[in-house]
Design a protein around this ligand. Structure first.
Ligand SMILES: [Zn+2]
Length: 261
């Protein structure tokens, strides 16, 4: 077999990622409404007309059509091309990060699930079981099959440790504020993140999510918005988990080394 240049492979994975991103858009739009992600084919949300294949080319069609529907000329949300671009970036980053390996697939599964959870939680404040449970199972399965950089014990402790920590925070918050700061969806999401990242990675994800969520909340406060606005914690958790995945345990090791004398 002749060698395929790495640049060509990188481009190839970016293109595959764009197409996956296109499918993620369908998941983000339909899963919260409990509609099938396979049927019917994509339609314009404004006029309901079928989107033809040549108007459904990731990123390219959005640019060619100037961000409008071909028939009714209604503006199409820039989130669509953004998610496509995210899909492309994930596959490209994974190829550069992990090369042609099982980790390319494992990481891409985690990161694409995170993109879907990020946007669904942001829009609807829910984290569907349809994503979190299979993702948790996939994370455990990779580890159990010896196809992950973490052991199955670490995968299990990440899932259970992360979920238990969030449950404790949830309970504590309820005792103080008499209302729930997050939902059980966040706990289930933590299960799936933990299964992929292991215990250390899970805690790094949790810290990163809490810090960014905290900064966002302070920002809201400074902007004078009423603090009763519920923060979509799953959105921050998705960001934290992606950060943790790429950063590895480095930042946490560094922090723990500061605590040792
Ligand atoms: Zn239309």
């Amino acid at each position: 077999m002749s060698e395929i240049p790495a640049e060509l492979l990188a481009l190839w994975f970016f293109a595959i990622g764009l197409c996956v991103g296109s499918f993620l858009n369908v998941c983000i739009a339909r899963i919260p409404e409990q509609r099938s992600v396979v049927f019917p084919p994509s339609a314009c949300p404004a006029c309901g007309s079928r989107i033809r294949w040549y108007d459904n080319i990731p990123l390219v069609s959005y640019l060619v059509l100037g961000g409008r529907c071909r028939l009714c000329h209604t503006w199409i949300s820039p989130v669509y091309p953004l998610v496509e671009l995210l899909g492309g970036s994930i596959f490209l980053a994974q190829f550069l990060h992990a090369g042609l390996s099982i980790e390319l697939a494992r990481g891409s599964i985690l990161l694409t699930c995170l993109v879907v959870l990020f946007f669904i939680d942001l829009r609807h404040m829910i984290l569907p079981d349809l994503i979190t449970y299979p993702a948790c199972f996939a994370g455990l399965a990779f580890a159990a099959a010896g196809l992950a950089p973490i052991t199955v014990l670490d995968s299990l402790s990440g899932a259970l440790g992360g979920a238990a920590t969030l449950l404790i925070i949830l309970g504590g918050y309820y005792l103080v504020r008499r209302r729930l700061g997050m939902g059980l969806g966040d706990v289930k999401m933590m299960l799936s993140i933990g299964a992929f990242l292991g215990l250390k990675g899970t805690y790094l994800a949790l810290v990163a999510a809490s810090l960014t969520g905290g900064v966002f909340s302070v920002g809201l406060l400074l902007l004078g918005k009423k603090f009763d606005y519920a923060i979509p914690f799953g959105t921050f958790l998705a960001f934290g988990a992606a950060f943790s995945y790429f950063a590895g345990s480095g930042p946490l090791d560094w922090y723990l080394s500061l605590l040792q004398f």
